[in-house]
Design a protein around this ligand. Structure first.
Ligand code: HEM
Length: 264
């Protein structure tokens, strides 16, 4: 079985999209539930041969790493555990980054001042811009938590086992935490202090990878000789989605770079 198989990757992306569409729809799921369930079983069937193969034919890829590390953490580590972790990584690592990239791109396209600010000292500024894009338009809007003890959250009494819905997107614009919270500010004192990946003992295991992917993608776009702009002839983007949100459609056109873009 090849280590990289485009047909396999494409199939997995499509199945994943069907499951994510179900998650993104909120409560109205009558039509999408059977589609998502079928996609979920097909996803397991599609991935299983690859997960099995890496067990005996190990390489330097992530699935092999799961097989190597898993049994050192759980003494009764079995195939279902490896499969669960791989599926979790797939779900956690695809839709989130896609949306985060769309949001970062939208911010750049919609704010010429920001794209101009990126012309100078780009290696230092792109990572700061990525943090601001994550803070302002983080993909994951909210998380669910059960309280493990009675506590007080901002003056509200919470009882043990109460369900809390933490709106990370709102906290990321808290004016008591961020000055001018709706603005992109490349000089925030602690730029990584936001909740796009959540915080505390349970947070995003892929945060470092996601940051790297976003920095690389935004840098590559800014390094082009042509520049992107929103195509005003086509429908304008809007922020859409439920659990994971992004701007779309992003109709862009590639124009010759104006003179200030030559400043790179
Ligand atoms: C910009 C992109 C991403 C965003 C905004 C994001 C955000 C998040 C958030 C908010 C959580 C929830 C933490 C919690 O409250 O339990 C999470 C969990 C998770 N993320 Fe990410 N993530 C991103 C990219 C990735 C990537 C690239 C991977 C893997 C390659 C990944 C894998 C996971 C996994 C496996 C979990 C579940 C962790 C657990 O169950 O404890 N994420 N992510």
């Amino acid at each position: 079985m090849p280590w990289r198989d485009d047909e396999f990757v494409q199939g997995v992306i499509e199945l994943n999209a069907q499951i994510m569409a179900w998650i993104g729809l909120g409560p109205n799921r009558a039509e999408t539930t059977p589609i998502a369930l079928a996609a979920s079983s097909e996803l397991t069937d599609t991935m299983l041969p690859y997960v099995r193969e890496r067990r005996s034919n190990s390489g330097d890829d992530l699935i092999s790493e799961v097989w190597r590390i898993g049994p050192t953490v759980l003494s009764d580590f079995v195939e279902a555990d490896a499969m669960g972790i791989c599926r979790d990584l797939l779900m956690g690592g695809t839709d989130t980054t896609t949306h985060a990239l769309a949001n970062a791109l939208y911010l750049l396209l919609a704010n010429t001042k920001i794209s101009e600010a990126m012309l100078v000292d780009r290696p230092a500024r792109v990572p700061l811009f990525v943090e601001e894009a994550l803070r302002l338009y983080g993909t994951v809007q909210y998380r669910l938590r059960f309280a493990n003890q009675d506590c007080d959250v901002g003056g509200i009494q919470v009882k043990k086992n109460d369900l809390l819905i933490t709106i990370n997107a709102a906290a990321n614009r808290d004016p008591t935490k961020y000055s001018c919270p709706a603005d992109v500010n490349l000089n925030r004192p602690r730029p990584r202090e936001h909740l796009a990946f959540n915080t505390g003992p349970r947070n995003c295991v892929g945060a470092a990878l996601a940051r790297t992917e976003m920095i690389e993608a935004i840098s590559a776009l800014l390094n082009q000789t042509s520049y992107l702009r929103l195509n005003s002839q086509l429908p304008a983007p809007h922020f859409h989605g439920h659990f994971t949100r992004s701007f779309g459609p992003l109709h862009v056109s590639f124009d010759p770079a104006p003179s200030f873009f030559a400043l790179r």
